[in-house]
Design a protein around this ligand. Structure first.
Ligand SMILES: Cc1ncc(COP(=O)(O)O)c(C=O)c1O
Length: 428
């Protein structure tokens, strides 16, 4: 008997898309060079991981169910062990966090607690993609998880240039006009106003207000993704959602960095009204019910306990982590300053978040990365992986969140050695 064989032509076209390979590419190269210092991965610091805390958080959550919600023991057990509410169990605690940390007044009923922010992106894009005339605008370079999710629901992404300042408004207007001229519809624009992944840039308050005006005038939604916004050096800009008076903003949240990635808990705040139906969140929950049924009750109990332990402030819960990230960013930027000032290499200077971007005088592509890993033991992320259009060839992303100060120092030395030896060969 012959083995059953498939061809990629008989599978979803998105599976051949490079966006769906990017995460594997990074894991693969990291596993081939285990001794390399990695500026490639934007994982959170492991300095404060503590298994005992997981048990404590579950206890705190169960105690809250008994005290604040009046549950008896059987109800507590059922909440943890059974299938649960599709829109989630900790929506009220997340609403308290949004109020405390972001000044967002969220109706808990407008929240869907998801399996990471990744599921929030997927179900939101699935709902917004109504016809093949729809396109999604996204400030470019774009987070690969968003690109992959859009591909999987057959929603084309049209990039909006970020320019130097985080968003190029002329290009945004041009892309919306181009969509109209082609009889297509720009459904929404995806962006990260705070410490964007991968660009590290943040929008000014003026840009945020202008963007909300454009969204209202042009009748498009804004998809605000905000996993890094709380890791700042004191000056905190209001999120788009906090400024949103016309329900133009769908807010995507992740607890991967403010909680921990192993939780796989995120959420979407979708308070838009759907005529004759109810809230957009309720439509999203129908999709969720057919994808993951509900988010793990155990994971939500841990997340809920962490929120309760810190008065529902994830900013307070993360003061040690924030100090580590700010220290790391300062070390990275100082290291680049020491080695590259006056050279053809330039970089941006984010005042928070996980990422900085370096511009090189040579193509910073996969071949350059391979050389950097093999010859110099240092990894970084080619910007090309975040660009849906032909751009980003001479840029790379450095993530400093998971490293120690010593590793950053050694890593920047290695990175400088790579640039010095590889640059002239690549340019000649
Ligand atoms: C910008 C951005 N959005 C969403 C996510 C996904 O978050 P989660 O792990 O909660 O699915 C990430 C993860 O790195 C991210 O960087």
């Amino acid at each position: 008997m012959r083995d059953y064989e498939l061809t990629s032509a008989t599978l979803a076209a998105a599976l051949a898309d490079p966006a769906l390979e990017s995460m594997n590419f990074l894991n693969e190269i990291a596993s081939r060079y285990p001794g390399a210092i990695s500026f490639a991965s934007g994982r959170p610091t492991e300095e404060f991981f503590d298994v005992a805390e997981i048990h404590r958080y579950i206890d705190i959550y169960c105690e809250y169910l008994r005290r604040e919600r009046g549950y008896d023991d059987a109800m507590v057990r059922r909440e943890l062990f059974q299938y649960g509410r599709t829109k989630g169990l900790i929506h009220e605690l997340i609403a308290r966090h949004l109020d405390r940390d972001e000044g967002i007044r969220a109706d808990p009923e407008a929240l869907v607690v998801t399996v990471g922010c990744q599921e929030a992106m997927f179900i939101t894009l699935r709902a917004l993609r109504a016809t093949d005339r729809d396109v999604l605008l996204a400030v470019s370079p774009v987070y690969v998880g968003l690109t992959g999710a859009a591909r999987l629901v057959d929603l084309p992404i049209w990039p909006v240039r970020s320019g130097k300042d985080g968003i190029d408004f002329d290009h945004l207007a041009a892309q919306i006009a181009k969509a109209r001229a082609q009889g297509r519809r720009a459904r929404a624009c995806y962006l990260m106003p705070d410490f964007a992944n991968p660009s590290g840039t943040s929008l000014t308050i003026g840009q945020r207000r202008e963007l909300l005006e454009v969204a209202a005038e042009q009748d498009i939604l804004l998809l605000e993704d905000n996993p890094y916004g709380l890791f700042h050096d004191g000056e905190h800009m209001p999120t788009l959602k906090a400024l949103d008076r016309g329900r133009s903003v769908i807010y995507l949240g992740s607890l991967a960095k403010t909680g921990f990635p192993g939780l796989r808990v995120g959420y979407v705040l979708a308070d838009q009204r759907v005529l004759g139906r109810g809230l957009l969140a309720d439509e999203l929950s129908k999709i969720k019910s057919m994808v993951t049924v509900n988010t793990s009750a155990v994971a939500q109990a841990v997340a809920g306990g962490k929120l309760l332990r810190h008065g529902c402030s994830l900013r307070a819960a993360n003061h040690r982590e924030t100090a580590t990230y700010l220290r790391n960013m300062r070390s990275l930027l100082a290291g680049l300053e020491d080695r590259f000032t006056g050279s053809a290499v330039t970089w941006n200077r984010p005042c928070g978040g996980f990422f900085a971007v370096v511009t090189t005088p040579f193509p910073a592509d996969d071949a350059a990365l391979e050389h950097s890993a093999h010859e110099h033991g240092v990894l970084w992320m080619p910007m090309r992986h975040f660009c849906t259009e032909n751009a980003g060839d001479r840029q790379l992303r450095l993530a400093c969140s998971q490293l120690s100060a010593e590793q950053i120092e050694t890593g920047v030395d290695r990175f400088a050695a790579f640039v010095t030896s590889y640059g002239p060969t690549a340019c000649s």
